[in-house]
Design a protein around this ligand. Sequence first.
Ligand SMILES: Nc1ncnc2c1ncn2[C@@H]1O[C@H](COP(=O)(O)OP(=O)(O)O)[C@@H](O)[C@H]1O
Ligand SMILES: Cc1cn([C@H]2C[C@H](O)[C@@H](COP(=O)(O)O)O2)c(=O)[nH]c1=O
Length: 218
Amino acid sequence: MAELHFFTGTMDSGKSTLALQTNHNHAARGRVGRIFTTHDRAGTATLSSRLGLTHEAIEVPDGFDFWKYVVDSLTQGGRIDYLICDEAQFYSAAQIDQLAKVVDELQIDVFAFGILTDFRSSLFPGSARLVELADRMNVLQVEALCWCGKRATHNARTENGVMVTDGDVVVVGDVAEEADPEPARVAYEVLCRQHHRRRLTAERAKAVSLAPEPLPFG
Ligand SMILES: Nc1ncnc2c1ncn2[C@@H]1O[C@H](COP(=O)(O)OP(=O)(O)O)[C@@H](O)[C@H]1O
Ligand SMILES: Cc1cn([C@H]2C[C@H](O)[C@@H](COP(=O)(O)O)O2)c(=O)[nH]c1=O
């Protein structure tokens, strides 16, 4: 039986790497798939992993219809055994419904990968629908870590180094490297819930710990 799988984790938890590995393993056994993504950091129609692997992909624009794409391909004599869908948080709820229909009506496996919540810790519409519809939901086993060492569960956005909670939901970007001499104006940092709630990023924690301690008054 075909299934709708949803693999989720914070940014930088290995989702795109797993998407490419999943494709590799299925293709190695002669199965024929299609790879989809949208708004990948590496550019249009590309699925990229921070481990350095990239693969050509089909870009999913607004209004793209997965059901129509698959039916049209099969009607024209194409073969499709599975779909790989990266950055699925950006898909619309209607597109996730189409993916579920592809699984149920055409017996094609769908492997979707994406983050659950945005920088405000609200569910992305695509991820919310995946949680509602997926046959299996898997949280990535490689844990991204907060600066405090706890498992990171939230994605924070920083602007010029300061964590923000207002702005557009979709802003393509990357997690900042601590040693980066020229940090991006908009960047992301994964945090545990407590430090996301307190807006305590690594940089702010360092500044607080370096601040002179108040003198004890007797
Ligand atoms: N230089 C490196 N050496 C080993 N592992 C790395 C390196 N750079 C990145 N990684 C691994 O790649 C993961 C990020 O993979 P990626 O597929 O791009 O994540 P996601 O799609 O979830 O944002 C990191 O969590 C880390 O495990
Ligand atoms: C939290 C958050 C993230 N994004 C963007 C930033 C990246 O381009 C992708 C996530 O990619 P990854 O492969 O999981 O690292 O999403 C965004 O647009 N809005 C957000 O709130």
